[in-house]
Design a protein around this ligand. Structure first.
Ligand SMILES: [Cu+2]
Length: 151
């Protein structure tokens, strides 16, 4: 039978190595955790994609009258100040949706069966409204307004 007998110095040396290994693995684990939590930082310098569709709500009242409302879906999107985003809007319901974004020069049209890409980058915080000019209010089968929150 063999016994390993350590001198006091050897024991302290092995203990020190053990502590160092633990510290190094803890550092790597925490670092990996950071990446998972703050993966938004992976988008730095890249263009983030957000996808939206045109949708339609329809109902018939008891008196037979039909009501409908067109919507952007999702109705609210969030963008960081200065962040570059490509907003893709897929035309599903409604033939045409000519739109503009309030407070900017951005305008375009979303057509049924087609995808419209809108490049976005805001340098000022605030809430910007994406407004369909055909369906801007309840009276015009809307409100087809989406909110772009920049912070
Ligand atoms: Cu519309």
């Amino acid at each position: 039978m063999k016994f390993f007998i350590f001198k006091k110095e050897t024991f302290i040396f092995l203990l020190a190595i053990g502590i160092m290994l633990t510290a190094v693995s803890a550092w790597f684990l925490l670092k990996a955790g950071d990446a998972a939590v703050f993966n938004q930082q992976d988008y730095n310098g890249k263009v983030r994609e957000i996808h939206m569709v045109t949708a339609e709500f329809k109902t018939t009242l008891k008196n037979g009258k039909q009501l409908e409302a067109y919507r952007w879906d999702p109705g609210t999107i969030f963008i960081e100040k200065g962040e570059k985003v490509h907003l893709y809007i897929n035309g599903i319901n409604g033939q045409n949706h000519p739109f503009h974004i309030e407070g900017t020069d951005i305008k375009g049209t979303v057509t049924k069966g087609e995808e419209t890409m809108v490049p976005l980058q805001f340098n000022k915080e605030g809430t910007y409204r994406l407004i369909c000019e055909l369906h801007s209010s309840r009276e015009h089968n809307g409100p087809m307004i989406a909110y772009i929150v920049v912070d």
